[in-house]
Design a protein around this ligand. Sequence first.
Ligand SMILES: Cc1ncc(COP(=O)(O)O)c(C=O)c1O
Length: 350
Amino acid sequence: MIKLKPRDAVLKMAAYSPPTGGRAGKLRLDFNENTVGASPHVVSFLKEQLTAGGLSVYPEYAEAKSEISTFFGVQPDELLFTNGTDEAIQVLVNTYVDGGDEVLLLRPSYAMYRFYAEVAGASIREVDYRHEDLSFPLEELLGQIQSRTKAILIANPNNPTGTGIDLAGIIRILAAAPHAAVLIDEAYYEFCGITALPLIREYTNLFVSRTFSKVYGMAAMRLGCLFSQPANTGFLHKAQSPYSVNTLATLGARAAIQDTQYVRDYVKQVIEARDLLYKGFERMGIAYYPSQANFVLFRAADRAVEIRDKLRARDLLVRDRSYELPGCVRVTVGTKEQVRKFLDAIEEVW
Ligand SMILES: Cc1ncc(COP(=O)(O)O)c(C=O)c1O
């Protein structure tokens, strides 16, 4: 029998398998999701719209494009719907990066940047977040930009550090790399309020992504938005499957943007709960990194895996990040009640 050999780029990759199994029934503070779920308005709208006839038709995006682009304050041709941010990253890499081209990443950051750059056979250069406080290494990144850098992928705020970069810093990167596609992934924008979106009109190399997976509580639907100038979105469309986003995702998003109060209330709760979490950590003498997002990294020295496992035994899920940041564990911030549960549990196992 002949064994098929995959491409070298795939052979060389480490498998990425986040622990998505067996999470039901537990307090899920491990994936930075919305911990109370999507707006009830989204669920009722989906039920109302769900028909056998509707399901039998390939997706049409015009109505959703018009409503969602208005919501974000852009023109429909400045917006691409994607199957989660993940597909936004994939399409951007497929559009601008050839095998052997250089992609500049930060470390640690969202795993899918490296994943898609590796699948593309790119040469990856990484710049570390600053050791002392995990702040954004702006000067260090600027120093690594070269003429062969084809893409720079940045999460703002960053996962898992929770730290961010300001607009002045983003502008310096855009100006220093006019030949590279610069992605600012704003998956956690709502918790920090800093956005590069208006800059797409000024910078031809800027791409901004947003997602309905986090604050909107729709991770299961897989809807992301990728914004750039129309000349760029034209090429992105060429490199994307015409039906990668399903109809239910766009219906859900149309309902979600009608219920902005829900999102505002959730963000307010999370920010209050994050303060409560900080106070709890301080009371217990647990070191943490202040965050601009709905998750916080704390330090457990050589007990990161043990702490994660002991919390799991109490039906509470957090993410061990010690493989990339020694001693660190990441906990998602939900409601105050959920934070209190977490603090009670960690006090028992600490
Ligand atoms: C920085 C960042 N971007 C994107 C995502 C995933 O977004 P999506 O569900 O839209 O693919 C995550 C999820 O953890 C993330 O941390």
